[in-house]
Design a binder for this molecule. Sequence first.
Ligand SMILES: NC(=O)c1ccc[n+]([C@@H]2O[C@H](COP(=O)([O-])OP(=O)(O)OC[C@H]3O[C@@H](n4cnc5c(N)ncnc54)[C@H](OP(=O)(O)O)[C@@H]3O)[C@@H](O)[C@H]2O)c1
Length: 343
Amino acid sequence: MMKAIGYHQNLPLADERALLDLTLPEPVPGPHDLLVAVQAVSVNPVDVKLRAGVAPEPGQAKVLGWDAAGTVLAAGAQVQGFAPGDRVFYAGAIHRPGANAEQHVVDARIAAQMPTRLDFAQAAALPLTAITAWELLFDRLGVARGGGAGQRLLVTGAAGGVGSMLLQLARRYTALEIVATASRPESMDWVLGLGAHHVVDHGRPLADELQRIGLGGPGEGVVDLVASLTHTEQHYPALVQALRPQGKLALLDELSGPLDVMALKRKCLSLHWEMMFTRSLYGTADMAAQGRLLAEVARGIDAGELRHTLTRRFGPLNAANLRAAHAWVESGRAIGKGVLEGF
Ligand SMILES: NC(=O)c1ccc[n+]([C@@H]2O[C@H](COP(=O)([O-])OP(=O)(O)OC[C@H]3O[C@@H](n4cnc5c(N)ncnc54)[C@H](OP(=O)(O)O)[C@@H]3O)[C@@H](O)[C@H]2O)c1
């Protein structure tokens, strides 16, 4: 048996039963899986949304946690490239139990050796947001490595977890000019430190803000690509207005209703969804691309090209500390990533 943190019912964090310390059977790895001794986990908005709104299977506990770093205990018969004792990092799959437990199983094709220069907590802060940002930039918006010269990318909500990786990837591995949005002095400093060329305030009208920093006149399209990372419905009309003809808009957040795609027609704009669990959920033929991109992120960290985004350590993994980390993410004011480590 192993320690795990999970829930039986969807409750607000004020209720102590929102997340519980549990004892559960240890998982059994399948042929493609790694069995991992979890050393650290990070919390993402997906954890908060599931805890608040997705019920466990009847009679079962639901265990969250889709960002982990740990040590390989065993590898399934079909696994290649990993051995017991390896230090790995990964985000995992949404249709399987999460990593808020002493032991966890993950398909080896979506995991990678963690960066050698990071500790487990720093490594656990990376995978989910690195995969999301990488897929959004290179696969969905279709920017080539080393490409993007003469093009401008706008990133909204850029100081959060996804933005903190997206800014680095775009600055390090493309020639794009990057405009980030942030609303507070500390989040503005953070995005400039991670590679944004300009910062504008998403609490003010976007067109005015872009004009204030010298990018175009009122109502004029001034960006080629948009990464709308949060509150897309709130910003959508202004983002459509800010895009140049034939521009691209990528989004990943939950919407409460349909978006008006007709607004995109006049400028021939295209819309691109990113969903980092798609490859593992459908077992796509290219799902190993996630393992490869994580390996490339690890290489970039070890080469000093990228840096980790850990900003908060919430202590050992138990229900009380996990509730505190959920509250931080739920506030909508997180800068970078928060992590729990050890049991
Ligand atoms: N589809 C996928 O694969 C996928 C993957 C990862 C995340 N997501 C979703 O993407 C969203 C962002 O994730 P995340 O981890 O980056 O979130 P996060 O870390 O919680 O984002 C926090 C940031 O959001 C900014 N923010 C708050 N209110 C805003 C507003 N009204 N307009 C613009 N920015 C605002 C804040 O900036 P200031 O403090 O400066 O205001 C803060 O830095 C979430 O909805 C998450 O569920 C989806």
